[in-house]
Design a binder for this molecule. Structure first.
Ligand code: HAM
Length: 445
């Protein structure tokens, strides 16, 4: 027996019917960005490993422990992208987009790769929808980015999520705060590894999930209490604009984020029904990132929304997702000549953007009708020898049960008109019911 294969550990497949929900979630998360003038950017899934080391930061777990790195045949050091922001910065600078109108507003979607310990909602190939708005320090842009994420979740019907908000300061105020925090942490009862993490980036310890660490962090100094005037004003304005956009949030002074490039505004969306992996999206501002990657001094703000986890959140809330209908029309040929007519009709309808599926392999009427109902089609178009002879198709409206013989030349217009008029009060379509009322003028098998 030849070996059979499974997907690599920690990598989800999305197969029908759930794949339709996945696509629906991705579309809904991206739509608010499109509606706000963000343009699509498609980037490679692997890049120079140093782009991530320098961009995302050596002190982050994502770079230090979780990157999939490899060398190509010419020994170039590469990595599968663990996140999208560094790649977007690289592409903006490489293609000089920052020399055009500012802010440069971009959105992207696709897979990212992190060698994390797999569990529910934590994958090694994860999917995100992201935006980056580059070249403006306007706090209204921070509020816009956050509001786009909020709107994406809401448009799916999600209600149970929370927005956590913080400011992480800037190159002026963070160093002083960092020293204060480090001094505080050094007086705690922490293990060697945690103390080392504190040396590399003391803020990260604030995010420690272990109860014995959390218990000692009660009196820790918080960045929001040590912001410079510019950061304080920026943060105040972001909150004013969020109020104007009717977005509510929870102040979260210990929110740190797992990547090193953040400055000023930082945020996360969480969903309590997801358990340990509750982060459904996050982002923030990154003042020094572009310069650090060899570009001009230019600031930016963006987010990455977890498509996988957003789908899990929708399922946890029991939301209906993608519409159940696969196609509008289902064609059932009963004979070789009828098959040619229906292949031709299907092509005509598809050219008119009316979706059609057909019964293949000479399927008998009863089974084909069940298949038609399973697709959620509004119309079944059937043709037997007698219909062919008379130049008609039998068109049955599954919403009303009414069946009519329509001349072949008129059928496409007949269906288009009925579909644009919308469905009448519907009769439930049960895939297991018989459809004895389907009468063809021809001899049915
Ligand atoms: P991040 O917080 O690392 O940010 O990831 C964003 C989202 O991706 C998370 O909130 C989560 O929903 C999802 N995610 C992350 N890791 C996994 C995983 N292992 N399995 C499933 N989902 C996951 C970033 O990546 C930044 N680039 C976001 C950003 C854009 N900041 C500014 N611009």
């Amino acid at each position: 027996m030849p070996q059979s294969f499974s997907a690599p550990k920690g990598v989800p497949d999305y197969v029908p019917p759930r794949s339709r929900d996945f696509l629906h979630v991705r579309r809904q998360l991206a739509q608010p960005a499109e509606d706000a003038g963000y343009q699509y950017i498609e980037l490679p899934v692997f890049e120079d490993v140093n782009l991530f080391a320098r961009g995302v930061g050596e002190s982050s777990d994502v770079v230090s422990k979780e990157m999939y790195t490899f060398t190509d045949r010419a020994d170039r050091p590469l990595a599968l992208r663990p996140e999208g922001t560094a790649g977007v910065m690289r592409a903006v600078v490489e293609h000089h987009l920052e020399r055009g109108a500012l802010p440069v507003k971009l959105w992207y979607a696709g897979p990212f790769f992190r060698a994390e310990r797999p569990q529910k909602g934590r994958y090694r190939q994860l999917q995100q929808v992201g935006v980056e708005a580059i070249g403006s320090d306007d706090p209204a842009l921070d509020a816009e980015v956050i509001a786009l994420a909020d709107e994406g979740y809401r448009s799916l019907g999600l209600t149970g999520f929370q927005l956590l908000l913080n400011s992480l300061g800037c190159a002026t105020c963070r160093p002083g705060y960092r020293s204060k925090l480090l001094a505080f942490l050094q007086n705690l009862d922490l293990d060697e590894e945690t103390l080392q993490r504190a040396q590399a980036n003391p803020l990260r310890v604030l995010d420690d999930k272990r109860t014995e660490v959390k218990a000692q962090l009660g009196g820790a100094p918080m960045m929001v209490d040590h912001l410079c005037e510019a950061c304080q004003t920026h943060y105040d304005m972001v909150r004013e604009y969020l109020r104007a956009a009717k977005v509510s949030w929870t102040e979260t002074p210990n929110l740190v984020r797992g990547l090193d490039y953040y400055t000023k505004t930082a945020f996360e969306f969480t969903h309590p029904l997801l358990g340990a992996q509750s982060g459904i999206g996050g982002g923030g501002r990154y003042d020094g990132l572009m310069a650090q990657l060899g570009g001009p001094e230019m600031t930016g703000i963006g987010f990455g929304l977890g498509t996988d986890r957003t789908l899990l959140a929708c399922e946890a809330e029991g939301l209906p997702l993608a519409p159940a209908q696969l196609v509008s029309v289902y064609g059932i040929p009963l004979g070789a000549t009828a098959k040619q007519s229906l292949v031709s009709l299907a092509a005509d309808l598809r050219r008119k953007q009316i979706s059609v599926d057909l019964a293949f392999d000479g399927r008998a009427l009863k089974g084909a009708m069940k298949a038609a109902v399973r697709t959620g089609a509004r119309f079944v178009v059937i043709s037997g020898d007698e219909d062919e002879a008379q130049g008609v198709f039998q068109v049955k409206d599954l919403a009303t049960g009414v069946q009519v013989a329509v001349p072949r030349v008129e059928v496409s217009a007949h269906i288009a008109a009925a579909l644009s008029a919308g469905a009448p009060a519907s009769r439930s379509a049960d895939p297991d019911s018989d459809h004895p009322s389907f009468a063809s003028t021809g001899d049915l098998p």
